[in-house]
Design a protein around this ligand. Structure first.
Ligand SMILES: *Cc1c(COP(=O)(O)O)cnc(C)c1O
Length: 232
């Protein structure tokens, strides 16, 4: 099933790239982050065996458990909200933290990375539609965060992460992704080293790629429904 699903997702990404209206500065290589949250560790092994390199998990504790039972390998992305008291574990474990969503967290991650002698790669998560119940920087907070970045020696910002709201019609997500792309372009103009625009999940990754995403985070379309009874 996974082999087949992977083929389908990769084909749809290719088609979305062909449908892109204009050339995008994000390039035409799309990194597929396989989101394995609420699936057992074997699922990660199977994904790695098929050549998937990027693994997305949303909970520190769950990822820790999986990393303990799996052989090393893969590039691990934290995609869920990070609580301050989990920063220590997260910095030790994740290659990239996509879900940095507050000034406080920037400072905490920098401190911990410095302590263990690591440069932590991060994305800033944006709350573009400014939805109250969602994590992510508002536009103003984001601009403020950018002015602080150079104070942190142990952080390396690689770009931004955007989550669209759930909607019945995926076309409704297009303006959100288009605005994510514009913000990315501005950021890239200021900092050339920026190279990741992470947008799109199972329900909307095709639209995200059309609008310029070069990283998508896909779970259900690869692995089927999650099992929320699994305990880690
Ligand atoms: C769970 C999750 C995904 C994957 O969701 P699917 O709909 O299963 O593809 C992507 N991004 C984030 C931030 C998530 O929490």
């Amino acid at each position: 099933m996974l082999t087949n699903n992977l083929q389908v997702v990769q084909d749809k990404i290719r088609m979305a790239l062909q449908k892109r209206k204009n050339k995008k500065i994000t390039g035409s290589d799309v990194t597929l982050v396989a989101v394995t949250k609420n699936h057992p560790p074997e699922v990660i092994e199977a994904a790695l065996a098929l050549g998937i390199k990027d693994i997305g998990e949303n909970r520190v504790q769950e990822a820790k458990h999986k990393k303990e039972v799996l052989p090393t390998g893969g590039c691990w992305h934290l995609i869920g909200h990070l609580q301050s008291n989990k920063v220590r574990h997260a910095v030790g474990m994740f290659d990239i933290i996509e879900s940095v969503d507050s000034l406080h967290l920037l400072a905490e991650i920098d401190k911990e990375a410095g302590r263990i002698g690591k440069v932590q790669e991060i994305l800033l998560q944006l709350n573009i539609a400014d939805e109250k119940q969602k994590f992510g920087f508002s536009k103003n907070e984001y601009l403020k965060a950018l002015t602080k970045l150079d104070d942190y020696r142990y952080l390396r910002i690689r770009g931004i992460m955007v989550i669209a709201h759930q909607c019945d019609d995926i076309e409704e997500t297009r303006p959100v992704f288009a605005s994510g792309y514009r913000i990315y372009c501005d950021l890239k103009a200021a900092r050339q080293e920026i190279d990741i625009l992470s947008m799109g999940m199972s329900g909307d990754y095709t639209v995200a790629v059309e609008e310029g995403a070069n990283t998508v985070r896909v779970g259900t379309a690869l692995f089927g429904q999650r099992d929320y009874n699994l305990k880690f």
